[in-house]
Design a protein around this ligand. Structure first.
Ligand code: SF4
Length: 396
């Protein structure tokens, strides 16, 4: 384990499966003051911005989510809610991200709740771009644990702890946030700070993140209280600098970290260089809010849901999301006759040894990484994800 001695310490550990993740998180939780009241409302805020499987580098890995739940339940906490607001596009077209990422199954297995922050009670707060609705569970709790993913980001360099809070805001307010994204990222983290960040760096996303990059296996988890410090550390660990992450530059100007932190950062050793997102002039133009608002105009909206227009924007690299309206209907996974698989040992979030186990929740982590695992039922939207990411997933 590595400990980074900023004013607020950050811990990093290599984790190779769900048990490693649990052991690390369980151990480090002892360093933090948790609520005295065992009935405390606890909210976990993962990154569930899209329906793309965590092993493709997009959403928070279920191995991290289940490990946090187990470590909390071991300490007697049972009022736990998984909360996030998927991006406004996917919500708008009616795709259930919680179901597709099997958050609903995790909630069932561990007897916790889950909530879509786009569609719950809210409070109004002041962002740089005016009033915005923040999901009430984010403010109304006794312990808020941020569970972000390590990803590159085409607009702001990288998205880890601080940027993950965009998901706390409701539907189209997320778009308004992009009117002044850099300032709003800092502002959001001034309005509400998590009590803890547990960062999923098991499979990161590099290249054209946050949704069109490629997965990179890092097998890392980081834990720290201060989102500003954890993000600052990650710039060095993953080969970026402050100039590449404008919201951290602004955070420095506003005094959220200081010279002492920067001096300490000098001595931190880089772990890897994540590939940066490619500059895309079309993305710059069409992600301007003028066009985004036009896109959500009632008359124009149907043209963007299906057909040649979304395809055209995908080809230009402007549209990262690809929506497939067909849910999967997979009801059984099994090993090809005479074959064995070690993928469950590494990837299963609930510690199963084989997908033939009755407790399997069909998260498909073993299936997507091993050709010897077959399925009954229709792949639905996953067919597209396998086409897009299969070659990377099979090498994990
Ligand atoms: S056995 Fe495979 S599909 Fe089933 S829960 Fe584990 S990793 Fe997911």
């Amino acid at each position: 384990m590595e400990t980074y001695n900023f004013k607020d310490k950050v811990y990093l550990e290599k984790c190779f499966n769900a048990e490693d993740a649990f052991n690390f998180i369980d151990k480090i939780l002892d360093n933090y003051e948790l609520p005295k009241n065992k009935n405390a409302r606890i909210v976990l805020k993962p990154n569930l911005n899209n329906d793309i499987n965590a092993l493709a580098g997009n959403s928070t890995d279920l191995r991290v989510i289940t490990s946090v739940i187990r470590a909390l339940q071991k300490r007697g906490y049972y009022d736990i809610t998984i909360a996030d607001g998927p991006n406004c596009g996917i919500d708008h077209v009616g795709i259930d991200v919680f179901k597709r990422l099997r958050i609903d199954k995790i909630a069932e297995v561990f007897n916790v709740k889950y909530i879509n922050l786009n569609k719950c009670e809210y409070e109004i707060v002041d962002l740089e771009t005016g009033k915005a609705k923040i999901g009430k569970p984010v403010l109304d709790n006794e312990l808020l644990i941020n569970l972000p993913k390590v990803k590159t980001h085409i607009e702001v360099g990288m998205t880890i702890c601080m940027k993950n809070f965009v998901g706390c805001y409701q539907a189209l307010d997320k778009r308004n946030i992009h009117d002044s994204l850099v300032k709003n990222i800092v502002r959001m983290n001034e309005i509400k700070k998590p009590d803890l960040n547990i960062v999923d760096g098991l499979i990161a996303m590099e290249g054209n993140g946050p949704a069109a990059g490629t997965p990179k296996k890092l097998n890392l988890i980081l834990i720290g209280k201060n989102s500003f410090t954890v993000d600052l550390l990650c710039t060095k660990l993953f080969g970026f600098d402050l100039d590449y992450v404008p919201y951290l530059k602004l955070a420095l100007e506003k005094g959220h970290f200081d010279k002492e932190d920067l001096n300490y950062l000098e001595n931190v050793t880089e772990i890897t260089k994540l590939k940066r997102a490619k500059e895309n002039i079309f993305a710059k133009i069409f992600l301007e809010n003028f066009f985004i608002r036009l896109r959500y105009n009632k008359l124009v909206d149907p043209l963007f849901k299906k057909g040649p227009l979304p395809m055209f924007f995908t080809l230009l690299g402007v549209r990262q999301d690809r929506y497939d309206y067909n849910d999967d209907t997979i009801f059984r996974l099994y090993l090809r006759e005479g074959s064995k698989s070690k993928k469950c040992e590494e990837f299963c979030p609930i510690g199963l040894k084989t997908p033939e186990d009755k407790k399997c929740i069909n998260c498909l982590y073993c299936f997507m990484t091993d050709r010897n695992i077959k399925h009954n039922g229709n792949l639905g939207f996953l067919k597209g994800q396998m086409r897009r990411y299969g070659k990377y997933l099979r090498k994990l």
